[in-house]
Write a protein that binds this ligand. Structure first.
Ligand code: 5GP
Length: 188
């Protein structure tokens, strides 16, 4: 008898490169099942509804929460809401696939309580200075938003010890290979 696969939860501070890593995995490891979150934030240029996120209104998000459709959800950076739609993850698990959930620390903590069998992976920057450099370099946020994200990142960095595994995002290909090989070891 094969056991049910364990979901892999990937969290890490803002701008550590979770989005880039997810995109790399989408392009190079199409067999990996990536959970698509719902969010109330507006799409950035190039983001596709249903691929990067489900972009929903606050009312639609409320309705999903009320219906029990969110495995976890959180307000991130004190602004928009993000959540993991439950049914898609459950269907992936039932189909024997290892779901990859790329979420924030609050969401990871909720899942620690509700899905203790999951594998919790922390994506860390090579250093704090490098994290600040990446956040400034991305240039997608204004000054106030950047300051808010840095405050969140400080708290998030302090939580790395709560995770089962730490992957240092020094190189996106190397980090992706490490993560995918960890995921493959989750199926027995
Ligand atoms: P961004 O707006 O840059 O795409 O994402 C902001 C943050 O929201 C990131 O830290 C990302 O991990 C987090 N996030 C994305 N999807 C989810 C989700 O479904 N649940 C939670 N809790 N956080 C999420």
């Amino acid at each position: 008898m094969t056991s049910r696969p364990r979901p892999v939860v990937l969290a890490g501070p803002t701008a550590v490169g979770k989005g880039t890593l997810s995109q790399y995995i989408r392009e190079h490891f199409p067999d990996v099942w990536l959970s698509v979150s719902a969010t109330t934030r507006a799409p950035r240029p190039g983001e596709v509804h249903g691929e990067h996120y489900f972009f929903v209104s606050p009312e639609e998000f409320d309705a999903m929460v009320a219906a029990g459709d969110m495995l976890e959800w959180a307000v991130v950076h004190g602004r928009n809401r993000y959540g993991t739609p439950r049914h898609a993850v459950e269907a992936a698990l039932a189909g024997g696939r290892v779901p990859l959930l790329e979420i924030d620390l609050q969401g990871a903590r909720q899942l620690r309580a509700s899905m203790p069998g999951a594998l919790f992976v922390f994506l860390a920057p090579p250093s704090w200075d490098e994290l600040v450099r990446r956040l400034v370099g991305r240039g997608t946020e204004g000054e106030a938003e950047r300051a808010a994200r840095l405050r969140t990142a400080e708290v998030e960095m302090a939580a790395s010890g709560e995770f089962d595994v730490v992957i240092v995002n020094d190189d996106v290909r190397r980090a992706a290979e490490e993560l995918v090989s960890l995921m493959r070891s989750q199926v027995s």
